[in-house]
Write a protein that binds this ligand. Structure first.
Ligand code: SF4
Length: 368
């Protein structure tokens, strides 16, 4: 019987067409600031190479990262993820459990030593010998260290794994710690977010698979293509910020008009992430600010779960907007109350490319 790992992408892509996959890789390359030729290289590499084995560990977390990755609106995306990688061990998705699952983990580590990607979701509790998160009778932190020692690359997915997340909020009773801190001396790519965006994870994996190295990282080991700009620079409500039009209360006229949420506590001016550009899977408006809620800074260690949700951000410097959404107020053009936000979302699509992925896949699937 053929081992799952031996199947090429050609054999595995059951839900999306080759043309869609080529498009997808082109868009991923563009969103990473790479030339179109890199997209072609990614598509070729993904088809030709053996799918990278992935061991996915869960520590202290809510499993929201996994849920977010596997439950986007468009079903093709979860297949892209599962078809690009060979998920050898994942405590949420494992078919087996108990000793059977542990045996699968050991077998993958042995067979793929030095070749597998370790993905860690959740923080590690370091207090009291790590006893607050035990798996198979062992402290989670010990399992992370042992698994990382034989990994080709380590990815901390989500804010909890990246720097401790909500469990590390004061008083941090378990000593919740991010994986980069646990694995000091090892490069740990961090993809923070609560939840993180699946596009950023998939783009990182595709880049690694194609070029055999990690994408450029910032000082917190976040991929620069995803965390290089402030949310405020690409936000669809930025024109309102610049014009001094702010929502003062949830549900007031300004809020209904799609005005800037800064005075309601938006942390977009101090938070680096590409949420407004790539959105969350379903097109215009599918990100917190797009739904009318302030950004709470989940990708920044010093902001998310540290500064209260509705406390205004201290902004020391305002970087210029990358582009302006063509926002009109309801009074001016007779638009519906939510129209400004929708228009802004359309501008966000133009700025980035990620939202087009779901759109393109959706259109194609419908048409074929
Ligand atoms: S809603 Fe937030 S991110 Fe958007 S313009 Fe206002 S302060 Fe900036």
């Amino acid at each position: 019987m053929k081992n799952q790992n031996d199947c090429s992408l050609n054999e595995k892509l059951s839900e999306i067409s080759r043309r869609d996959f080529m498009k997808f890789c082109g868009i991923v390359a563009a969103s990473m600031g790479l030339p179109l030729s890199a997209g072609l290289q990614m598509a070729e590499a993904a088809k030709a190479k053996r799918r990278p084995p992935v061991i996915w560990l869960h520590g202290q977390e809510c499993t929201g990262c996994t849920e977010s990755l596997l439950r986007p609106t468009h079903p093709s995306f979860e297949h892209l993820i599962l078809d690009l990688i060979s998920l050898d061990y994942h405590e949420t998705l494992n078919a087996g459990s108990g000793h059977q699952a542990e045996a699968a983990l050991k077998q993958s580590m042995k067979e793929n030593a030095g070749k597998y990607i370790l993905v860690v979701e959740g923080s590690a509790p370091l207090k009291d010998g790590g006893k607050y998160c035990m798996i198979g009778g062992r402290p989670f932190v010990d399992i992370v260290k042992e698994t990382a020692a034989k990994a080709a690359a380590v990815v901390a997915i989500g804010s909890c794994a990246s720097w401790g997340g909500w469990q590390s909020s004061s008083p941090n009773p378990t000593g919740a710690t991010g994986i980069p801190e646990v694995l000091k001396g090892t490069t740990v790519v961090t993809i923070p977010g609560c939840p993180p965006n699946a596009y950023n994870f998939l783009s990182t994996v595709l880049y690694f698979l194609t070029f055999g190295k990690l994408p450029a990282l910032d000082e917190k080991a976040r991929p620069k293509f995803a965390y290089g700009r402030l949310i405020h620079e690409n936000c669809e409500r930025r024109a309102h910020f610049d014009a001094g039009r702010f929502a003062k209360q949830f549900g007031d006229e300004g809020h209904r008009e799609g005005y800037c949420l800064y005075e309601l506590g938006c942390k977009g001016p101090i938070t680096h992430a590409n949420c407004p550009s790539i959105l969350y899977y379903a097109g215009a408006g599918t990100w917190p600010v797009g739904t009318g809620h302030p950004c709470f800074g989940c990708t920044e260690e010093a902001v998310g779960f540290k500064i209260p949700l509705h406390t205004q951000a201290e902004v020391s410097q305002i970087t210029p907007a990358a582009a302006h959404a063509p926002i009109e107020t309801a009074q001016g053009k007779g638009m519906s109350a939510g129209a400004a936000g929708v228009l802004g979302g359309v501008a966000g699509v133009a700025i980035g490319a990620g939202a087009m992925i779901a759109k393109n896949l959706g259109q194609s699937d419908e048409g074929e």
